[in-house]
Design a protein around this ligand. Structure first.
Ligand code: DX5
Ligand code: ZN
Length: 221
């Protein structure tokens, strides 16, 4: 059965020289979320942007800032991202030693709380902290780059985390990030994804309103 879904375009594939214009274009195209991939060159090979860039663009945008941290020891920067205007802060289970403390700190800083898992990380890490999460991010590529291919075994993980959430009557969102395309969007939604992140399959195909509509049609029919 098709379900409602949110598309969160990943700015990693946007024009970094015109981020303000890109955000305006997304808003005009009817998008509600935007996905910021923050990379530190240590947790992942790439380096992108950090709180000052997000803060500068926060002033000009009312999109929901969905911030995906791919950085080591993210607990060091939680208040900076809150100050920059992140709406949701998603950290990797593999990047922090005291996971529960880091997740609580995100909540205390006034943001929605997200937990991301690399493809090979077992779902067990979600178990005890699930009630304190607004969103679980299932990575379906190894993080660090846009334009990679979807790793097929991750489909089981999307199904399993979604079953775990339903079994406990929680409203935690399931986000899927990496290798999402028009072709697999519907299947991912049916497996349990509420929020699909798309970088290369979105920004590579303007105009954004047409592409947004194409994703909606693919998922909802
Ligand atoms: C990967 C990032 C993704 C990436 C997705 O490290 O977390 O958000 O930008 O890009 P595509 O949709 O091209 O796989
Ligand atoms: Zn991401």
């Amino acid at each position: 059965m098709a379900r409602e879904f949110i598309l969160s375009p990943s700015l990693l594939s946007s024009d970094f020289g015109n981020l303000q214009a890109e955000l305006e274009a997304l808003e005009k195209a009817g998008l509600q979320w935007v996905h910021w991939d923050v990379m530190d060159g240590a947790f992942v090979p790439n380096i992108t942007f950090g709180p000052p860039v997000i803060k500068a663009l926060r002033r000009t945008s009312s999109l929901f800032f969905d911030v995906h941290l791919m950085i080591e020891r993210p607990e060091r920067y939680i208040n900076d991202f809150a100050g920059a205007g992140a709406d949701l802060l998603c950290i990797h289970a593999e990047s922090t030693i005291h996971l529960e403390r880091s997740l609580s700190a995100i909540r205390e800083a006034g943001m929605r709380v997200g937990l991301s898992l690399n493809p090979a990380t077992p779902l067990a890490v979600v178990d005890y902290v699930l009630p304190q999460l607004d969103m679980v991010l299932i990575m379906t590529v190894n993080p660090g780059f846009g334009g990679q291919s979807f790793i097929p075994f991750c489909k089981d993980k999307i199904k399993d985390v979604s079953a775990m959430i339903k079994a406990r009557n929680l409203s935690t969102l399931v986000q899927v990030d990496g290798g999402v395309t028009l072709e697999n969007a519907r299947e991912l939604s049916e497996l349990g994804a509420d929020v699909l992140v798309s970088g290369s399959a979105f920004f590579g195909y303007p105009p954004y309103s047409t592409r947004h509509q194409a994703f909606k049609t693919a998922v909802l029919g």
